[in-house]
Design a protein around this ligand. Structure first.
Ligand code: AMP
Ligand code: MG
Length: 351
């Protein structure tokens, strides 16, 4: 089986290409396509056999639920059994866009899609390729990030091909994803509403929309995986294959035990202390949204270089950096044994 790759215009995708992709989906196939967050691996969300192929292609554990992409609020309502007023408000404010809303699922969504949960995560993507594809398929599309489970999410078609190769029937290449980080996941089945995964839509914007009533989900402990409310919150996730360490300040670089070949990832271009030969600096932008859009591509490139170590100098603990910090904490180990933050990136990849 060889994967077909078709180029499409991100803003005005050729309808005949979308129809071809829709027919692959309707026959139970897998199509990778860009959304504004990352590339997704799509199948018809109501087709349990097609969804099973997503889990197999990604090597994704069956308890990790998929996000269901819809083209309209009506379609979101068909996937859910309750649609509270807060959902209407959120949809009006943030859809189409990178906000995923978790609500009780309706009977058209099979259990395999929701990882056995009684809730479903729905989102209306803003990227034209994604939304028109859902429209032309006429069904909601389950689409997790198009990467092997626990690897770095793809922000370009090349990343999908490198990671999933011939496990996908068709890849729609529309260039780099816009935000470059996965969507914000907000559960309305908790009261108050709870952010299960930080993302491009910030806490402050959600709180403003919901009159202040939003809390942030806690990271579950590795010791009790049964308690995982949202598997995107697993302590180790989104990880590069290169051993990766995080330091909270430049001073931390002086305590690193450098192996042969290493890289230092910074945000902005701070003045680094002298580094041994074989250690290369790599700077991402100093502005959060620009850095987010380039982060995964940088991790993919660093992985391809097969370095012995990656050291990330963490961006500041400020709200605009929340989503980037969240992904980096899951992708790296903390520097010193020091005080251990329970359940955070310190599991040695146990999960
Ligand atoms: P991915 O599609 O790889 O970005 O992952 C989707 C993420 O959405 C999961 O890892 C969960 O964190 C979250 N999610 C999806 N469905 C649900 C649900 N029913 N309840 C809670 N979280 C969910
Ligand atoms: Mg993912």
């Amino acid at each position: 089986l060889t994967t077909r790759v078709l180029s499409v215009d991100p803003d005005r995708p050729d309808p005949s290409i979308l129809d071809e992709a829709a027919s692959v989906l309707r026959s139970g196939g897998l199509v990778a396509f860009a959304t504004e967050t990352v590339y997704g691996l799509g199948a018809i969300a109501t087709d349990a056999r097609a969804v099973a192929r997503i889990f197999a292609a990604k090597g994704r554990p069956s308890f990790n639920p998929l996000i269901v992409h819809v083209a309209s609020v009506d379609q979101a309502k068909e996937c859910t059994s309750e649609w509270p007023e807060a959902a209407d408000r959120l949809a009006r404010a943030f859809w189409p866009g990178p906000l995923t809303i978790v609500l009780p699922r309706s009977s058209i969504v099979p259990e395999i899609t929701t990882g056995g949960q009684s809730t479903v995560a729905v989102r209306m993507p803003s990227m034209a390729v994604a939304r028109r594809l859902v429209e032309r398929t006429g069904r909601p599309l389950a689409a997790p990030s198009a990467n092997r489970s626990n690897r770095v999410s793809p922000t370009r078609a090349e990343h999908v091909l490198a990671d999933l190769g011939d496990r996908v029937d068709l890849v729609l290449d529309s260039g780099p994803a816009e935000f470059g980080l996965e969507s914000t996941v907000l559960s309305l089945t908790h009261s108050p509403a709870r952010v299960l995964r930080p993302g491009p839509v910030g806490l402050e914007a959600l709180a403003a929309c919901l009159d202040g009533m939003v809390e942030v989900g806690t990271v579950p402990s590795v010791a009790s995986p049964g308690a995982i409310a949202s598997p995107g919150m697993l302590p180790t996730h989104y990880a590069p294959r290169t051993p990766a360490l995080r330091v909270e300040s430049l001073a931390g670089l002086e305590r690193v035990n450098w192996p042969g070949r290493a890289a230092v990832l910074t945000f902005g271009t701070p003045a680094l202390p002298p580094l041994p030969g074989g250690v290369e600096p790599l700077a991402l932008p100093g502005a959060a949204s620009a850095a987010a859009s380039q982060l995964y591509a940088a991790l993919h490139e660093l992985d391809a270089r097969r370095l012995d170590l990656l050291v990330v100098v963490m961006p500041p603990e400020e709200s605009e950096w929340r989503a980037v910090r969240d992904r980096l904490v899951r992708a790296t180990q903390p520097q010193s044994p020091g005080p251990i933050e329970p359940g955070r990136g310190d599991t040695g990849g146990a999960i």
